[in-house]
Design a protein around this ligand. Structure first.
Ligand code: SAM
Length: 350
């Protein structure tokens, strides 16, 4: 369903959002700002005279506060100064009556309505890069994947399904695919051909699913093209692993500066992406062998983190692994067996 407001305003709001987000340097590798011009007309004087006891600014702030509350309930993004600033920027040229109409419509719309998803685009933080938190990524190679592969082999199983939850522009999901293939090779479950491509033995069925609430950032993820510009996607990349990329032209979806590299297809072929809201209550897949959710719940309140972790627990296979970000707390620790690795804690479902 798509809400149509009498002003047809969302495209305009989005244009403003993108402009304000890029002005604040908050959105990473997203496309160019929209050229759609705001068309909202703001009947300010009439509104001021209608609300003599409440200055216009305050009334609008109250509405935005209400909207922020809805954003938190539906997407987990809670009101912080940064988020409130973004919201105020988005609506700075919108009249109060129009904001009021819009908030009312949004209240009645489901969270997967495109208007909601568009608003969330302007409020999310997409910072990510390959080998983010290197000790934790090393722990995947040294501890988590060897254990997973050996257990699968011992049980005669040959499928590995991984979920990167809140994957942003996809670096984490491709990174997982790279590390898993390297481990399969070390465990004798894959071969390395003359061109340097790792080929798992044919019986292995591998999927790495990256999900994010932002449709816009997932376009960058699906492209799999990254730039080395400034503090780009490769800032922590070990030199040797550049062999998993090939130089290419810039993608219209991503950052424009610097040299661009595409993830080679023998890594990318196991990776797919889907839009998913962690607060939807449903996992995008059941029976994951590993869920990795890092630097996502830092934006959530405790009750929201608990709901998301409940969903992880319900959807993960038994004996599967959960990896959270370095600062995340695991609630209900009795449901998992805690492992302490060199890169932090990881959890095995009982
Ligand atoms: C800072 S990035 C983290 C990316 C990656 N996991 C990492 O550690 O580098 C956080 C991502 O979480 C996503 N996100 C925020 N709220 C979400 C929600 N309710 N459901 C799914 N994804 C969400 C954002 O869109 C953003 O791309």
């Amino acid at each position: 369903m798509t809400i149509s407001t009498s002003h047809g305003k969302l495209q305009d709001l989005l244009a403003t959002m993108r402009a304000s987000a890029s002005a604040a340097g908050a959105v990473g590798a997203v496309g160019a700002a929209s050229t759609i011009k705001p068309v909202l007309k703001v009947p300010l004087p009439a509104m001021v005279s209608n609300t003599p006891f409440l200055p216009l600014k305050t009334s609008k702030e109250v509405l935005l506060h209400k909207l922020m509350g809805m954003v938190e309930t539906r997407f987990g993004i809670y009101s912080s100064q940064q988020v409130e600033k973004k919201l105020s920027r988005i609506f700075q040229h919108t009249g109060m009556e129009e904001v009021k109409d819009w908030v009312r419509l949004m209240e009645g719309a489901p969270s997967d309505d495109s208007e909601w998803l568009s608003l969330v685009e302007g409020l999310t933080v997409h910072e990510t890069y390959f080998y983010r938190d290197r000790p934790l990524m090393d722990m995947l190679s040294k501890d988590i994947f060897p254990r997973m592969i050996r257990n699968k082999v011992r049980r005669g199983q040959s499928s590995i399904h991984i979920w990167s939850a809140g994957c942003s522009s996809g670096e984490e999901a491709y990174n997982i695919s790279m590390l898993l293939l390297q481990c399969l090779l070390l465990e004798g479950e894959a071969t390395l051909d003359a061109a340097g491509l790792i080929r798992p033995h044919p019986r292995w069925q591998i999927t790495v699913l990256g999900t994010d609430v932002s449709r816009q950032i997932l376009r960058v993820a699906r492209d799999g093209v990254y730039s080395d510009f400034g503090m780009g996607s490769f800032r922590s990349m070990p030199e040797n692993d550049m062999t998993y990329f090939e130089a290419c032209a810039a993608s219209p979806e991503g950052l424009q500066g610097g040299q661009h590299y595409r993830v080679k297809s023998f890594i990318a072929k196991y990776v797919s992406f889907a839009q998913h809201n962690l607060l939807s209550g449903k996992a995008p897949q059941q029976g994951s062998d590993l869920i990795l959710c890092r630097n996502v719940m830092i934006y959530f309140e405790e009750k929201t983190k608990r709901l998301v972790q409940d969903m992880f627990h319900r959807s993960i296979a038994s004996d599967a692994t959960l990896v959270l970000g370095g600062t995340d707390v695991l609630y209900s620790p009795e449901r998992f067996q805690r492992q302490q690795g060199s890169g932090g804690a990881w959890y095995i479902k009982h």
